[in-house]
Write a protein that binds this ligand. Structure first.
Ligand code: FAD
Length: 404
């Protein structure tokens, strides 16, 4: 029997919140999304979407819309940022990939993905979208949850709440109270530039469709095209020697130049075109299992903020959304649905959080460590997905991580 429709409030209108709203509404419930910003939006940089994310997008009914502007890169390549030599590569379009994963590996502009989710939410008759609502507090009884806002004394009552309010989630702070996010002392500079604005070697390089990761000691550079190849996305990441938890004056542009100074010509050519207007200190948290607090549940970065080294934060938020929609389709009481969702999701998300840290360490090795990494990885063929398959395996077919 289909459960009777609930009213679910989603806090946060990022990729996770909008995907959750869509999944829950498609399961037959009424949804109100509350977002603190004056407008729904995302930042101007790229995002990798592994096949687990494409499957989730298909389930949410937005894969075709995302594919219209996304690029399907032929290869995922790791290069040595110092020597300029290839370390290893994976073939993302060949028979081995297609028969194992079924869904495409995509790279997209964040605004394009967020825009596709927003358009689908706007079109859905059961979704109400509210901006300019910063949730400050929450109160729940056995029958309902009430959200309090900074901007208005009005309360929003719902049968249950999904907290998709990101890395610095207010609801996680209230419910779990596990302190501040953990700063990795790494910082990212990132952005996507029109290919037509590039000249010389970079103009030529920016026509490459592959995802390229230049791995170096305590730094790396990621490059790939987005928006039908019209924009080229670059993310430069490095560890600062001047990290200070009480200051923003670390991970500066001067440090960026210094850290990348010894890299190969291709990386040095690319560096002037890495966006500098904003720096992004990189945070995660340790995994937790208590995502459910009666009628409130955590989702996306609010539940499992991770370092970006496996490119899975948004992919996992999309998996969360699909799992939550299914749980609310199959269970009448929100507490039961949330428990079923958390049982499916917490272990997998924790494994990816933990392994993202490890992969960052491997990527940033120096000296003998980097030499051994390159030797080991150079033996792999472009069809060998054994190490990554558990991460890229679909939302509906979740597998446990291999034992470390
Ligand atoms: P957010 O995007 O943080 O959204 C939270 C929303 O909640 C925001 O709109 C915010 O305004 C709103 N909000 C916050 N507090 C309140 C409040 N109190 N009341 C109301 N609204 C509130 N992931 C990938 O899958 N692939 C990648 O290639 C990838 N690359 C990355 C590269 C970098 C450098 C970084 C830093 C991250 C990367 N990620 C990647 C991770 C990905 O960006 C995040 O995991 C994802 O965007 C999280 O989405 P979210 O909706 O959970 O949170």
């Amino acid at each position: 029997m289909t459960p009777s429709p609930l009213h679910i409030a989603v806090v946060g209108g990022g990729i996770g919140g909008l995907a959750a709203a869509l999944a829950v509404a498609r399961s037959g419930h009424r949804v109100t999304v509350v977002e603190r910003a004056a407008r729904f939006g995302e930042i101007g940089a790229g995002l990798q979407l592994a096949p687990n994310a494409s499957l989730a997008l298909e389930e949410l009914g937005v894969l075709d819309a995302v594919r219209r502007s996304a690029v399907a890169p032929p290869r995922l390549v790791m290069m040595d940022a110092l020597t300029g030599k290839q370390v290893t590569a994976l073939d993302l379009r060949g028979d081995a990939y297609r028969s194992r994963f079924k869904h495409p590996y995509l790279v997209t502009h964040r605004t394009d993905l967020h825009g596709a989710l927003l358009a689908a939410c706007e079109e859905h008759p059961s979704i109400t979208l509210l901006t300019g609502r910063t949730v400050t507090d929450v109160a729940q009884t056995p029958a309902e949850v009430r959200l309090h806002f900074a901007e208005t004394p009005e309360r929003l009552a719902a049968d249950a709440v999904v907290a998709a309010d990101g890395l610095r989630s207010r609801l996680r702070q209230i419910l779990v109270n596990d302190g501040a996010p953990v700063c990795s002392k790494y910082v990212a500079y990132r952005g996507a530039l029109p290919v037509t604005s590039m000249t010389g070697a970079m103009a030529q390089h920016a026509t490459t469709e592959s995802v390229i990761v230049w791995a170096g000691p305590r730094m790396h550079l990621v490059q790939y095209p987005v928006r039908r190849g019209e924009l080229y996305n670059q993310v430069a990441v490095f560890e600062s020697d001047h990290y200070d938890p009480d200051s923003d004056d670390w991970g500066t542009e001067a440090e960026l130049e210094e850290r990348f100074a010894g890299s190969c010509d291709a990386v040095r050519d690319a560096l002037p075109l890495v966006a500098r207007d904003r720096r992004w200190p990189l945070f995660d948290r340790l995994p937790i299992t208590d995502w459910v607090h009666d009628r409130i549940v955590l989702l996306g970065d609010a539940a499992h903020p991770m370092l970006q080294y496996l490119a899975q934060g948004a992919c996992q938020a999309l998996e969360d959304a699909v799992a939550l929609g299914r749980a609310l389709r199959d269970h009448g009481r929100p507490e039961e649905a949330f428990a079923s969702y958390a049982a499916l999701r917490t272990g997998r998300a924790a494994s990816i959080q933990t392994n993202a840290r490890r992969f960052g360490e491997i990527c940033h090795l120096d000296g003998m460590g980097a030499f051994l990494r390159n030797q080991l990885l150079s033996d792999r063929t472009p069809e060998d997905f054994d190490d990554i398959a558990w991460v890229w395996t679909s939302a509906g077919d979740l597998q446990p991580a291999p034992t470390p």
